[in-house]
Write a protein that binds this ligand. Sequence first.
Ligand SMILES: [Zn+2]
Length: 379
Amino acid sequence: MSLWDSLLIPERERDQLRRDVASSRPTHAWLFTGAAGAPHREAAKVFAAALLCEQPDPQNRGCGECKGCVTVMNGSHADFTHFRTEATNISIEEARELVMKAQDRPTVGRWRVILLEDTERMPERTSNVLLKAIEEPPPHTIWLLTAPSPTDVLVTIRSRCRPVQLPVPSEEQVHGYLLSRGVADPLARRAARLAMGDAEEGYRLATDEQAMARREMTTSLILNVRSISSAFSAAEKLTDLAEQDAQAVSAAKDERERAELMALLGIREGERVAPTLRAQVRRLEDQQKRRAKRVASDTLLHSVAQVQTVLRDALTLSLSAQLPLINEHLREPLTAWCERRSPEQLLQDVQAVEITLRRLRTNANARLALEALMSRFVA
Ligand SMILES: [Zn+2]
């Protein structure tokens, strides 16, 4: 299976990216966009791997097996810089550092590839630092930017990049993907529904019983809120579940990437890492540490978004719409629960979740934000 096969993106975009990767002069700046659940970040990373893939036939680039592909995917490739931020804004210093990095010649690969996520978090002053670097990068450098939508990115930046807009995959597509990876129904259907378009998330839920249990527990939290004290403990539980989930995701990824890198470097289990190879192992460890923080905040956002799906289901039930529920496992308790809430109230609840998500994204105190949210559901 090549890296392209795991991406649920439209044929047209896939062909465009594969054609460019095989050409001798790929476009030097790209902007990958997509809403939550869309595979725009994954697509940018696969594209980076394919640019640095070591397959001799350009048509096969993005094989997923060579040293170039594996080390880009785990972030330890010497010519690949993957930047994403924890902060609300990308600072000028961080942007300058990336611009400096972009000047370096590649050391082992064909290109120097800079993947800059969260471009929407770049204030105008910061983006000015990037403008020239993106417009006329050195001939060996390729910039890959990501953002939720093109309009989230300043027009000066956007207009210098080739756009790749990716839709959120449908439940059907995720379902088909899970079946193709050997997950059987009804589990494949259940996981596809809960994954909200995110294929990898669907696969994780389908193959990790505990992850599925945590997810279902998260969705039932608001149904058990009776008093202010139970609202506060629901907020605490939600944070705990998100933390456990983030740790599980990070641990599984870290272990797999380390094993892959060790195999590539020819180091056996328990063997000492030769001094010449240490830099590469350290790069992987640094990358993993930075990622763990990000996974934690993303997972919390994802958990709150999951609460929103419960409210949407409640709205579906209270309007007697004959539609399948995302949280089909909650149909019975949810039917009872929404008898106590009017559709107007539910709409306000959905908006309250929206506000909570915004506050969490701007690094508000998570505990306070979640307690305020859960307190709405005191019966
Ligand atoms: Zn490869």
